[in-house]
Ligand binder design. Structure first.
Ligand code: NAD
Length: 426
């Protein structure tokens, strides 16, 4: 780690992620230069810019765009708005995007962006000014052929529309049609793709449909609990409800609730849209965090933030399978406890790749000035995801390794193939 310029802190998220990348590279016997290239991002852009608030005060904002690797194509990855965001978190998410796109065989590299801001603390007008200033500060560090942002925690289709509009207005006249594809996850009426809003949850459901039969769990009878009821969590729950699965416990930033008889995912989504969190929902009873983790279920889905499942939480879990909808929700120490307990973990780069895959469909539609039907989007997504899930499962079976190791290996092999063909410029 030292020669790769690491802080040497085992609790550091970036170090945890790169340690797994390097261990997988060893497992595959990949060349040293690939290890060196992937150990640090290519570019780390940091911007500071002032924005005027509604009351006339000026506030200084800090934003990041980390571009990890672009050997497979333009950089691609979401932009997060969160008050507690840190550079190492953004670097980690950028690495995971490189791996996710490689695993899915998308023509993209990996990036991630973030703005240190609490979106709930600002009016819509302020959020628009903040977003426009951020995109103007990033300037040519993004572009439809270079680096293509998307939504993530704390950002949504409206914010993507402001980003695209700002970028279009900063572009040369003859590039303005293409400029729209600078971001994905836009609203439907402004170049968005049918099926993009639900895509990450939809992708997870397709992964589960492909792999659960191997683990002896049927979605029609599956009992599950969930952390996070934002875009990914609530869409996963609504789509699992259509398959007959039962949501027994859910926790978000407001607290935890449970109901062993099951809760209506759709009614809960309406409640959260109105009240801001799951606590107080009449279809469930409030419970402690400990009781939430101890709920006896088949499937546990973390769909909130990173590093939420450490050893303490892993010891409490009472499930057969963890499907990581959030990025990097399980720490290495947490995963060791889960493995000792015989709980299988499906890794995030497979489970949540539906979002970037439909983003790719949106980018393609924009470039061809087309709009596909939602059924076409779902059909293409299902085909690509089940192929990726089979690829990972086959590697894990043939190499007797975990699904996380297999997913990282399938991605790294693809990057190695491209580097072997392209070489290193200049
Ligand atoms: P979101 O902002 O819509 O929702 C985040 C959820 O996390 C909210 O329900 C919030 O209450 C909950 N949360 C925040 N802090 C919490 C805490 N301390 N304890 C419990 N819950 C907490 O975000 P999202 O878009 O749903 O993203 C969730 C995860 O999925 C993130 O890891 C993100 O990187 C990942 N992801 C998102 C997409 C996408 O398309 N949106 C794609 C791939 C991966």
């Amino acid at each position: 780690m030292n020669e790769l310029h690491y802080p040497g802190d085992p609790d550091n998220l970036y170090e945890q992620t790169i340690a797994e990348v390097l261990a997988t590279a060893d497992f595959l016997n990949l060349p040293e230069h690939l290890r060196l290239i992937l150990a640090q991002p290519k570019n780390e852009v940091m911007v500071h810019f002032p924005v005027q608030m509604d009351d006339g005060r000026w506030q200084l904002m800090k934003g990041y765009r980390v571009q990890h690797n672009n050997v497979a194509g333009p950089y691609k990855g979401g932009i997060r708005y969160h008050a507690g965001v840190k550079l190492d978190e953004v670097k980690t998410l950028a690495v995971l995007m490189t791996l996710k796109c490689a695993l899915m065989r998308l023509p993209y590299g990996g990036a991630k962006g973030a703005l240190k801001v609490d979106p709930r603390a600002h009016s819509s007008e302020e959020l628009m000014r903040i977003t426009r200033r951020f995109i103007s500060a990033l300037g040519n560090n993004i572009g439809p052929d270079y680096d293509i942002p998307a939504p993530d925690v704390g950002t949504n289709a409206q914010i993507m529309a402001w980003m695209a509009d700002t970028y279009i207005n900063m572009s040369e006249m003859h590039n303005r049609v293409e400029a729209k594809s600078v971001v994905t996850g836009k609203p439907l009426s402004f170049g968005g793709s049918p099926g993009r809003e639900k895509a990450t949850g939809q992708g997870l459901v397709f992964v589960l449909e492909t792999l659960l039969p191997n683990l002896g769990i049927e979605l029609t009878e599956c009992r599950y609990s969930l952390i996070g009821y934002g875009n990914v969590g609530s869409w996963t729950a609504r789509l699992l409800q259509d398959r007959g699965s039962k949501l027994q416990a859910v926790m978000d930033h407001s607290g935890a609730i449970r109901n062993p008889e099951g809760m209506s995912a759709r009614k809960l989504a309406e409640y959260v849209a109105e009240h801001g969190g799951v606590v107080g929902y009449p279809g469930g009873e409030a419970c402690s965090e400990e009781a939430f983790y101890q709920e006896e279920v088949d499937l546990f889905i973390p769909a909130a933030l990173e590093q939420m499942i450490g050893p303490e939480q892993a010891k409490l879990l009472n499930c057969k399978l963890v499907a990581e909808a959030a990025n990097a929700p399980t720490t290495p120490a947490g995963e060791r406890v889960l493995t000792e307990k015989g709980i299988e973990v499906l890794p995030a780069i497979l489970c949540n790749c539906g979002g970037v895959t439909v983003s790719y469909f949106e980018w393609k539609q924009n470039r061809q000035s087309e709009t596909w039907e939602e059924t076409e989007v779902d059909h293409k997504l299902q085909a690509m995801i089940s192929e990726a899930a089979h690829r990972v499962h086959a590697f894990a079976e043939s190499h007797h390794c975990s699904m996380r190791r297999a997913a990282f290996a399938v991605a790294l092999q693809h990057l190695q193939d491209i580097y072997a063909l392209r070489g290193i410029f200049p």
